[in-house]
Design a protein around this ligand. Structure first.
Ligand SMILES: Cc1cc2nc3c(=O)[nH]c(=O)nc-3n(C[C@H](O)[C@H](O)[C@H](O)COP(=O)(O)O)c2cc1C
Length: 200
């Protein structure tokens, strides 16, 4: 697994080769199986293959060309109504129930859940030789940019007012191989033992 993590990199230039549906299904299945708070699974994933929707989503992500040129996209939706539907209202302690953490708390916790399926899907894609890039620079309720485009996207993709388009994952085969260079902070500057600053 660590080798896979080390070799993964964001890829933004894709070959014109299609990802088999079988592999797309495996990638989505990895997301579906991710863990979540009290197993609420407050997410939806929309697979996008049509050029028309890719173009619209590229516009939403301030014209990022890899959104337009990817073979497929996965639109990751945070569903804030999932907590109510999960029937956890009997849990009355706010610390245990995001639905009782106020509007902002609920929003943050719902967005937080998506990190896990997104990571799982990217790693499953990598294991299948499919490259990806996370797209977070886009218009939605949080960024409040491109409101007209966002309204159009929500309508077109069938999202209701409780469903927030959080992230897009672009997928495709690499157009040309480039070396992976992991530019990351040093181990000891991000990892500590017992107290910040004590090296492990
Ligand atoms: C939450 C999040 C949002 C991101 N948004 C974008 C984006 O909008 N466009 C893009 O090209 N890359 C985006 N990235 C990819 C990062 O730029 C990339 O992961 C980072 O530079 C590290 O490079 P690596 O993925 O190749 O290791 C995003 C990554 C994360 C985690």
């Amino acid at each position: 697994m660590l080798d896979l993590i080390k070799s993964r990199k964001s890829v933004r230039k894709y070959a014109s080769k299609h990802i088999p549906d079988e592999d797309l299904r495996k990638i989505l299945e990895a997301g579906r199986l991710a863990p979540s708070w009290m197993n609420v699974q407050s997410w939806k994933f929309i697979l996008i293959k049509s050029q028309e929707n890719k173009d619209l989503l590229s516009e939403l992500s301030v014209g990022q060309s890899h959104v337009k040129n990817a073979d497929a996209l996965i639109v990751c939706v945070a569903d804030t109504s999932a907590w109510e539907e999960a029937k956890i209202t009997h849990i009355s302690k706010p610390a245990l129930n995001p639905a009782l953490q106020g509007e902002n708390g609920l929003l943050i916790r719902t967005m937080e859940q998506l990190v896990y399926p997104i990571s799982y899907m990217m790693l499953e894609a990598e294991s299948l030789g499919v490259k990806s890039c996370i797209i977070g620079a886009l218009g939605n309720e949080i960024t409040q940019v491109l409101p007209e485009v966002y309204a159009k996207v929500k309508e077109k993709l069938g999202l209701n007012k409780n469903q927030i388009l959080s992230t897009i994952i672009t997928l495709g085969y690499e157009a040309e191989h480039t070396e992976t260079s992991k530019i990351r902070k040093d181990f000891n500057s991000v990892v500590s033992l017992e107290k910040l600053g004590n090296n492990f």
